[in-house]
Design a protein around this ligand. Sequence first.
Ligand SMILES: [Zn+2]
Length: 343
Amino acid sequence: MRNCLLCDENPADKTGSHIVPHFLAKRIDNEPGESGRDKEMGFVITEDSTTSYFGRSVQPEKLEEIYGEVTEELIENNSIDGIVDNYFCSDCETNLAVIESEYAKTIESNTEIDKNYVSIKNPFIGFLFWISIVWRLSIQEHSGFKLKPKEEKKLGRILKRYLNSDIKEIKPNEKDSDLNDIGYKLLRAPNFSNENSTWLHWSAFYERPYSLIIDEFLLFLYFKKSHLNGMVMDFYGSEDSKQKANFITPFQPESVFGLSFDKYKIVSENITMFGVRKRMESLGKKLDLLHQKLGGDGRQMHPKLKNEILKRIANSDAELGNKHTTEDHIKIIIETMMELNNT
Ligand SMILES: [Zn+2]
């Protein structure tokens, strides 16, 4: 067994570790109305396909609704996104749980909209909580999120140095050079998640700051204060709110800028549109390649045929579940080509 990825001292004996803490993850991807463990129900949207996963206790009727027939193959190929085995030792898992349960209290505490409000008075807890998620996403194999190696090491070092089973012992050392140029901004649409679906999503192009949406929170992590004055890169329409949010260092109480539901909805719609555009771009490129392989004139498929295929695929993808497989796409492509070539 390999060593714990956090302390590198004990064997990584813990199974079922959450990358995103369970109290947040369950708000993002649970079956509607359910909040227990093993009730996950999520969809992973990538450029080429939409795959899905489900928890062990999701009712078979619910699965049938989404997948049609529930086969053994479906159950065997299911793996829950964001839950990993043999990453950490039990001690480190306990230490992570200490800051998580402390931070979870802020979900219920007082909030404001269009203003900065203090979510947790004890400095450093919020900082450790958020960097622990960013670091775990970065060390998770195939998460699609990766910090630069130096940055990943720095966050790991900070967590190893300061996490403790006794919350009173968790205090930042002002002389620690790892802590003196780092900080974050946090936006939250309070309680949006209670009634609406939310995201776990980030953009691969944003490093200054790293920009992530985790449930109803938008997190911007800065490895250098000078990045506050850097180039503006609008993260799905949140830039004006980000400008108004306070910058939080490890030595200050956490301050959050409250977003209205309408504002979060705009961000959410922009993410959906981005996802659709990415998939259509990727499919468009594949259709051009297909056109070339079939010996067609020029490098690109005729726009009329291409647009018709993309339209039909987009319409079929409006349905849920694993219906959008590559085979389905091929079927649509062949049908459309035969139809349009015969008119
Ligand atoms: Zn450990």
